[in-house]
Design a protein around this ligand. Structure first.
Ligand SMILES: [Zn+2]
Length: 115
């Protein structure tokens, strides 16, 4: 079950890349099964052309319900199941980009070549 910090994010999430939606849905199941925690999306669209969020190919997920060990385990599991498939990028990151620690989940664009 995915929760949204703000209602508008529910509509934004519907606009995101289909493969991103599938990955985030899977992540919410993993978080539920492994850690019995809820998944809350805290950011979807961001009005910044330099951000993957601008292209509806990334979402942020709250991580404060999990220990740092659990966060690392989740990142490892998700990136194993869903390799980004381009360059040295990862599908899931756990980072503090200025607004506190959270998960950033991203997919490459359909137009990008494999590998
Ligand atoms: Zn992000």
């Amino acid at each position: 079950m995915i929760q949204f910090e703000e209602y508008k994010m529910r509509e934004e999430f519907d606009l995101t890349d289909r493969s991103l939606q599938k990955i985030v849905n899977t992540i919410s199941v993993i978080i539920d099964v492994l850690f019995e925690a809820k998944t809350t999306i805290t950011s979807v669209f961001r009005d910044d052309p330099d951000s993957v969020h601008y292209y509806y190919r990334a979402v942020d997920i709250r991580s404060r319900e999990l220990t740092s060990r659990q966060c690392q385990k989740l990142v490892t599991v998700v990136n194993t199941i869903f390799p980004y498939g381009k360059g040295r990028f990862e599908t899931m990151l756990h980072h503090d980009a200025g607004s506190g620690w959270h998960f950033h989940v991203q997919v490459k664009s359909d137009g990008d070549a494999e590998g």
